[in-house]
Design a binder for this molecule. Structure first.
Ligand code: SF4
Length: 363
């Protein structure tokens, strides 16, 4: 279950971030404690009315929707929450709930657990800049109130990259904020964005990010390869020549450098459709050699094999997200299959299809 603590992002200025383009309320807006408590009460009431029995399945959800059609989104949300997590998890929504006072968040979580006693795990997002200013005692209180994990978007450990991307934080805030969270006994999950340094800072981005990870030693490092969305500030920088995007191969080389330089105990995961190599997954340092070997296997492929590999992976990612290939993609693949493999345009066509699919994947 997701409980919105505020709307949109209080920072809202990262050059690569597409959320402004999709968000229906693009202005940051705090919610009051009363509003959040009312949301929880309404959700509990709806839950009680619709799902009294333990038998939650597609039929009970459809029956509930036909009874209250205007609440179909809420019912689906509640139904799937029961079906897939046994109503045991909750997420404090909003890009940075840490901006509230600890008493505020404690009240929200206490009320949530009171109304939904089945919840045994609460997670949230958070910004390192805010976490650095709060101090570890803030996180101890949140932990006691039930907050188990905080997900932070580090993106990079390089101050040059963070500044260029207008991330509104620094590697120093990353380290202090990350340590504060961990000192509060809250599990820390960090998100890293391969490719964010572009050609100019690729090496610095990898090495500095590894340095920050080594200092914080987060529980998880999750990779989210940079995708440049149209109409974002970064897209304009790309068009004006201020930013030079890495090729897929260069991104993998950067990831190799990152993995090589991580020396702490952490789990690295490549669990995003934006990533090409899903094999970058395991516990470090134990699985480092295995991961580096998988990277080298890719890097050893010929240029043509690399494109074929990429197309295969992107098609698989698309199918797993949307269930099947769109008509447009099927047509492109058919046209490609009908063209001659030794035609020099064959691989260019393949590259274009890869680009086309990547733009449609949800990272
Ligand atoms: S902090 Fe996160 S949500 Fe906010 S603008 Fe940056 S990337 Fe987007």
């Amino acid at each position: 279950m997701a409980i919105n603590t505020h709307f949109y992002c209080p920072h809202g200025k990262c050059a690569f971030c597409p959320s402004k383009l999709f968000d229906s309320t693009p202005k940051f807006q705090r919610r009051t404690l009363d509003e959040i408590i009312k949301d929880i009460d309404n959700a509990a009431l709806l839950d009680q009315m619709l799902f009294k029995s333990n038998e939650i399945n597609d039929i009970s959800i459809m029956r509930a929707i036909s009874r209250f059609p205007s609440l179909s989104d809420c019912i689906l949300h509640l139904g799937y929450w029961h079906a897939y997590s046994n109503a045991s998890t909750a997420f404090l929504g909003g890009a940075n709930p840490l901006l509230y006072r600890k008493e505020f968040l404690k009240t929200v979580m206490t009320h949530l657990k009171k109304k939904f006693p089945s919840i045994n795990r609460i997670t949230s997002y958070g910004r390192t800049r805010t976490a650095a200013k709060k101090g570890s005692s803030f996180f101890k209180v949140l932990h006691e109130a039930g907050l188990d994990r905080i997900h932070v978007g580090l993106e990079s450990g390089s101050n040059n990259v963070l500044k260029f991307m207008n991330k509104g934080t620094t590697s120093e805030f990353h380290v202090t904020g990350g340590k504060n969270i961990k000192d509060g006994e809250i599990s820390l999950c960090t998100y890293i964005m391969p490719g964010l340094g572009g050609k100019k800072w690729t090496e610095e981005h990898a090495i500095e990010t590894a340095r920050v990870i080594n200092e914080i030693e987060p529980k998880y490092v999750r990779l989210r390869t940079l995708e440049i969305f149209p109409a974002t500030p970064l897209y304009l920088k790309l068009k004006s020549g201020e930013f030079h995007e890495l090729t897929e191969e260069e991104v993998i080389k950067e990831e190799r450098l990152l993995v090589e330089h991580i020396e702490c105990n952490t789990t690295i995961t490549s669990d995003s459709a934006a990533n090409l190599l899903l094999e970058i997954w395991g516990d470090l340092p134990k699985d480092k050699d295995k991961i580096l070997n998988a990277i080298d296997n890719y890097l050893d492929l010929s240029p043509k094999e690399k494109i074929e590999f990429s197309l295969k992976r992107r098609l698989e990612a698309y199918e797993s997200q949307y269930g099947s290939l769109s008509e447009e993609i099927q047509k492109k693949i058919k046209r490609l299959a009908n063209s001659l493999k030794d035609d020099k345009k064959y691989y260019d066509r393949m590259k274009k299809i890869v680009k086309f699919i990547r733009k449609r994947l949800i990272p």
